[in-house]
Design a binder for this molecule. Structure first.
Ligand SMILES: [Zn+2]
Length: 113
């Protein structure tokens, strides 16, 4: 299976992790960051089901959730969970979620932990 990571940006001063990138730290206004692999476990904050997706998605319909990862970073990802519940523990895996002529796009796909 895949061992890819999605990278966040850790403030070199206070350690707060930002995703996506920012120019100034949200907490301390420092401007130096280092890339850090985002944690893969977290808890489901909210979710929604989508259908009638554009043709470049890998699947015909999907559930999208917002997950708060360990450490507090929030990320949107696909859910591979038949009956998602708010607050449930989830674990993510980085996969290709969309592709077009030129690029493929990676994202996290979450399963129940
Ligand atoms: Zn900071």
């Amino acid at each position: 299976m895949s061992s890819m990571d999605i990278f966040g940006y850790r403030c070199k001063k206070c350690g707060h992790i930002h995703y996506p990138n920012r120019t100034l730290c949200h907490k301390c206004r420092h401007d130096q960051f280092e890339p850090t692999a985002l944690p893969k476990t977290g808890r489901l904050l909210t979710f929604t089901h989508l259908s009638a997706l554009p043709g470049d998605f890998e699947v015909p319909e999907l559930a999208l959730g917002i997950v708060e990862l360990s450490g507090g970073v929030r990320i949107t990802g696909q859910l591979d969970i038949p009956k998602p519940k708010l607050g449930m523990a989830v674990v993510g895996e980085v996969q290709v979620v969309r592709r077009d002529e030129y690029n493929q796009y990676h994202g996290m796909v979450f399963k129940a932990k």
